[in-house]
Design a protein around this ligand. Structure first.
Ligand SMILES: [Zn+2]
Length: 245
C-alpha cells in the first residue's frame, strides 16, 4: 500500500490518505490544494463567497495575520503558504506535505468540513491543532463532539531527539505522562501525545482521535525522513470535505 488510511476517518465517510514514499501519481487526487509550510500558525481557510480581504462571514482579514480567508480558486493551488488548510465547501481536497513532522487530518461528519494540519514542534508550541479545531467549531459550527481526527506517520519519541530548549516549551502539558522521553541524558519529543492533548483541550472526544503510530525514521524503506535517512523528499497527505449530512 502506497497510501495509508485511518479506519476512523474512513468509517465516518471521509476520503483521505497519508502518502508513503512509494505514492505515485494517481494515488493522490490531482485536484488537491497543497500548502507550503511556514512552520508557524498560519491557517488558510477556503470559504465560499470569501472575497479578497474578507471572509464569507464578513470577518475582516488582517485582524489576525495568521488567519487567511480565500475564495475557492478556479485551479487547485500548489503552493499557498501556511501550516493548516480548512474548508467547509464540500468536495474539496486539502493537502499537506511532511517528512518528519506530524500530518493531522480532521473532519466533521455532520457538516462535512475538513482540515489538514502540519504539526512540527514550532506549530505545536503555538497550539495550532487546538486553534484549527476551535475555528471549525466556533467560526463554522462544526460539532466538537463529532469531529474526528487521525494522526499520520511522523518521527516519534523513539527517534526525535531535540534540545532541552524545545522540551521547555512543552513541560506544562499533561499527556497522562510526560510529553517527552529522557534516555542517556538525551531528550526525545513526543509530537503525537502533545497533538492529542491539544485536540482534547479544544473539545474533541478521545474516542474520535486515531493515531496511526508509525515512526518515519524507524522505517526508511516505507517513509521519507530528514533525520532517519537524510531525505529532502516529502510525503503528501490529503482529506476531501463532504456534503452536509
Ligand atoms: Zn523511531
Amino acid at each position: 500500500m502506497t497510501v495509508i488510511t485511518s479506519r476512523l476517518l474512513a468509517r465516518t465517510g471521509f476520503i483521505h490518505g497519508f502518502g508513503t514514499r512509494h505514492a505515485v501519481e494517481g494515488d493522490i487526487p490531482s485536484d488537491v490544494h497543497v500548502l507550503r509550510q511556514v512552520h508557524g500558525e498560519r491557517i488558510v481557510c477556503l470559504a465560499e463567497g470569501a472575497t479578497r480581504g474578507q471572509s464569507a462571514k464578513g470577518k475582516v482579514q488582517g485582524e489576525d495575520p495568521n488567519l487567511v480567508f480565500r475564495g475557492l480558486p478556479e485551479e487547485p493551488f500548489r503552493f499557498d503558504r501556511g501550516d493548516a488548510l480548512v474548508t467547509a465547501i464540500p468536495g474539496i481536497a486539502l493537502g499537506i506535505r511532511t517528512a518528519d513532522c506530524l500530518p493531522v487530518l480532521a473532519g466533521d461528519p455532520s457538516t462535512g468540513m475538513a482540515a489538514a494540519v502540519h504539526c512540527g514542534w514550532r506549530s505545536l508550541a503555538l497550539d495550532l491543532p487546538g486553534k484549527v479545531i476551535r475555528l471549525m467549531v466556533e467560526e463554522w459550527g462544526a460539532s466538537g463532539e463529532d469531529l474526528v481526527a487521525a494522526l499520520g506517520p511522523s518521527i516519534s519519541t523513539c527517534c526525535y531527539e531535540v534540545g532541552p530548549e524545545v522540551i521547555d516549551l512543552f513541560r506544562g502539558y499533561d499527556t497522562g505522562g510526560k510529553p517527552y522521553d529522557i534516555r542517556d541524558d538525551r531528550y526525545y519529543l513526543d509530537l503525537r501525545s502533545i497533538t492529542r492533548c491539544q485536540l482534547l483541550m479544544a473539545g474533541m472526544d478521545p474516542d474520535n482521535i486515531d493515531d496511526l503510530r508509525e515512526c518515519v525514521a524507524c522505517r526508511p524503506e516505507r517513509f521519507h525522513s530528514h533525520r532517519g535517512k537524510r531525505s529532502e523528499e516529502r510525503m503528501l497527505s490529503y482529506i476531501r470535505s463532504m456534503e452536509k449530512r
